[in-house]
Design a protein around this ligand. Structure first.
Ligand SMILES: Nc1nc2c(ncn2[C@@H]2O[C@H](COP(=O)(O)OP(=O)(O)OP(=O)(O)O)[C@@H](O)[C@H]2O)c(=O)[nH]1
Ligand SMILES: [Mg+2]
Length: 381
């Protein structure tokens, strides 16, 4: 069961000032998203998490008592409250990726959903009333892996790579009770190799803290990744005669909250106790930051797209035609003007020539007149 003081364990008291104020006033928003193929126990897990924790919760939708195939995104709100601190927990259940055929791109809608939450926050951030912000950014995404025993499927690799680049991704092996302990360990190793080989980004507990006990808890949790989980919201009687959450088989009882049986407790610790603060802050400081930078770049990209838009292109063409036409008219006007100028120059030149001729003529007349007068003078002598 949960500690009586989850705020200390969540590290809420250590939150940066602004988040701290929000945590006291409104409750710190914290959203868990579950995704994966159909029928892997996502809805069962959400219910298990709620019934295994002392959380007050209310459904936003009319949930059927019987677990059915999830057909739409379902939000369950819960509150984690201790002393002055409140955590507003949102559990987002999603429809499964579908059947084996035709589900290759079904995770894209999950990615769109994740981005839509960033986008909504981004727009709300621009508003003056920051207290009214409804922060639904995904703090962590649990990716359910089918317990085949082989390894990750191509679909898993593609989906996990894309989702892991956007949010804190935590891989889980669904229905771990269907594998023997040995097969489970082998399966875990294959998945770990696949994660490394395909450079899938997954969330890891920080192990570089000042407190060595924190680091030890962190590395124990990390060693369990991918978490093997068993979900059940049914209470059964275990071999010690105790009432526990579990699944009953002819060969015995699998207990949800028994570390010998599965990693449910470790995963729950990571999610709502030891690493909640890491998940919230890294969502804001790392993943949301990446998104924002992309939005700024895409802004320019969008403009470019607008240019490539056929309508815009048409307008541009029309403008260019109009402009060339204008230049053509201007050019011919200029040409005529130039021709006129040339004619004028010629005329002036001709005039100048005749002027010159006149001057020359006058000059020679002066000369001959001067000669004549000199001759007359000498005769007189
Ligand atoms: N053996 C086993 N069965 C489980 C476990 N968790 C859930 N189931 C069963 O698997 C079936 C499907 O469970 P759901 O929780 O509806 O699965 P889901 O992933 O929500 O399925 P979709 O909504 O269709 O995507 C149900 O019959 C559950 O009882 C588990 O840990 N082990
Ligand atoms: Mg479901």
């Amino acid at each position: 069961m949960m500690s009586t003081n989850p705020s200390a364990l969540c590290g809420i008291a250590n939150l940066p000032n602004q988040l701290h104020k929000i945590a006291i006033k409104k409750g710190i928003p914290y959203t868990i998203l579950v995704v994966g193929e159909s029928g892997l126990g996502k809805t069962t897990f959400v219910n298990t998490l709620l019934s295994s924790s002392l959380l007050k919760h209310r459904d936003q939708t009319k949930r059927h008592r019987l677990i059915e195939k999830t057909t739409q995104i379902t939000l369950t709100k819960a509150e984690l409250e201790e002393d002055l601190f409140k955590v507003k927990l949102n559990l987002v259940d999603t429809p499964g990726f579908g059947d084996f055929i035709n589900n290759n791109d079904s995770w894209i809608s999950i990615l769109n959903f994740i981005e839509a939450q960033y986008q909504s926050y981004f727009f709300q951030e621009q508003q003056p009333d920051r207290a009214a912000i409804n922060d639904m950014r995904i703090s962590v995404c649990l990716y359910f892996i089918r317990p085949t025993g082989h390894g990750l499927s191509q679909l898993d690799i593609k989906a996990m790579k894309a989702i892991g680049a956007r949010v804190n991704l935590v891989p889980v092996i669904a229905k771990a009770d269907t594998l023997s302990p040995y097969a489970l360990e082998e399966f875990k190793n294959r998945i770990r190799e696949s994660i490394t080989a395909n450079r899938i980004e997954i969330f890891k507990c920080p192990v570089d803290r000042a407190d060595p006990i924190d680091n030890q808890i962190g590395s124990e949790i990390n060693e369990a990744i991918p978490f093997a989980i068993v979900g059940s919201d049914k209470v059964v009687i275990n071999k010690d005669g105790k009432e526990v959450l579990g699944r009953e088989y002819s060969w015995g009882v699998v207990e949800v909250e028994n570390d010998e049986h599965c990693d449910f407790r470790k995963l729950r610790n990571l999610l709502i106790r030891t690493n909640m603060l890491d998940l919230v802050t890294s969502t804001d400081e790392v993943h949301y930051d990446v998104f924002k930078k992309e939005v700024i770049q895409k802004g320019i990209g969008e403009l470019r797209k607008k240019r490539e838009n056929p309508k815009f292109k048409e307008e541009e063409e029309a403008l260019r035609f109009k402009f060339t036409e204008q230049v053509r008219i201007e050019e011919s006007r200029f040409r005529q003007w130039e021709l006129k100028l040339i004619a004028e120059r010629d005329r002036l030149n001709k005039d100048l020539e005749s002027e010159h001729m006149t001057v020359r003529h006058l000059e020679s007349e002066i000369e001959s007149l001067a000669m004549n007068s000199q001759t007359t003078k000498s005769y007189r002598k």
